[in-house]
Design a protein around this ligand. Sequence first.
Ligand code: SF4
Length: 86
Amino acid sequence: MFNTLEYEHDFMVTCEIERLDCTSCGTCWDSCPDFFEQNPDDSLSQINEKFRIEGNIGQGDVPADLEDCIKEAVDVCPVQIIHLID
Ligand code: SF4
């Protein structure tokens, strides 16, 4: 039988932040505060806990309803370190 959950996961887009190159400018969490946030310890951008993949603060699943604002953050990050991977 067709497994809907597995199907959706296979095609989900992943977002990655190259955190070590983040300048803490805040543009991403201003653009998309439901997905990006500032890490309180190192001040760099990280992904909101509920979207992280296996607890990785720099890698997360992109929910459909936040895809547009995450894409905007990708475009406006001044050092271009946010990436979407199909
Ligand atoms: S927009 Fe880019 S440089 Fe600025 S806080 Fe976000 S990830 Fe870091």
